[in-house]
Design a protein around this ligand. Structure first.
Ligand code: PLP
Length: 266
């Protein structure tokens, strides 16, 4: 099993631009440059400014670098690996970091689900009924222990395997509606949208097709009565412009702000 398969990390594209890791001082400027790029893409797509939320993919980033992005105005972080999520959030708390939200964007292993609920506000990667049922039970237990408000729900998104690649997590598009119905039966989960990783190819039309597939699934869910299933988490550094054109409401971006990731020690 490769690292990719374990943490949901999309494969790196060859020829990604700069190879040096930018210093922490460069992060605010890079964050603002990203916002400019997002606004340009929104305008090109005929969408109002602010229709796309930037979620910074924080995997393998030192807390100081994440803090710099929060101080520059970032409000939403994404974590792939639950152990990094909890360590990073504890470190940020100790540094009095500005308030922010965190989504889980990596595959959630059974034994890590509890920590995911504790440190994040949304899990974007629900892709089967067993995981949904587990999250529902864990949220019920949190309410019972007084760690969550009585009657509160935990936000989830369904990860769609929109490209059909064997190496990708996510549920087959044909099974999305059924999973959404199962989630709707659970008292403690709240389905807010769909997440996907664009096709891993340099062929723009294939990438676009995987985003368009996810968008039309989202639209059919809304038509079927899942009124709160509005979010579309799609687009990363190399394909965010296409994703925004195809209706993304959340882009998950790491490299454009933090630079190339330090290679994980294995
Ligand atoms: C790392 C990661 C991203 C961000 O990728 P970049 O190419 O660095 O922008 C987005 N989504 C997921 C699921 C990731 O693991």
């Amino acid at each position: 099993m490769s690292q990719d398969r374990i943490d949901n990390t999309p494969s790196q594209h060859a020829g990604s631009d700069d190879s040096a890791i930018p210093p922490v001082e460069a992060i605010p400027l890079r964050f603002h440059a990203l916002l400019d790029r997002v606004h340009e893409a929104e305008t090109r797509a005929g969408r109002p400014q602010g229709s796309v939320t930037v979620e910074l993919a924080a995997k393998f980033q030192a807390p100081e670098r994440v803090l710099a992005s929060l101080n520059a105005g970032a409000t939403l972080l994404g974590h792939n690996i639950i152990q990094q999520l909890s360590a990073s959030e504890e470190a940020l708390k100790a540094m009095n970091a500005p308030a922010h939200r965190v989504h889980v964007i990596g595959h959630v292993q059974k034994n890590k689900a509890q920590h995911a609920l504790r440190y994040a506000q949304c899990i974007e990667t629900v892709d089967d009924e067993a995981l949904a049922a587990r999250l529902d039970r864990l949220q019920a237990a949190r309410i019972e222990r007084g760690e969550a408000e009585p009657g509160s729900t935990f936000d989830v998104m369904i990860q769609v395997n929109s490209s059909g690649a064997q190496s990708q997590f996510g549920i087959d598009p044909s099974l999305v509606q059924h999973l959404a119905q199962s989630i709707a039966q659970l008292d403690h989960l709240h389905l807010i949208g769909l997440m996907t990783i664009g096709a891993h190819t340099t062929d723009e039309s294939d990438i676009r097709r995987s985003f368009a597939t996810t968008r039309s699934l989202r639209d059919s869910l809304i038509d079927a009565g899942f009124a709160d299933c509005t979010q579309l988490s799609m687009g990363m550094t190399h394909d965010m412009d296409l994703a925004i054109e195809e209706g993304s409401t959340i882009i998950r971006v790491g490299t454009a702000v933090f630079g190339p990731r330090p290679t994980p020690a294995q």
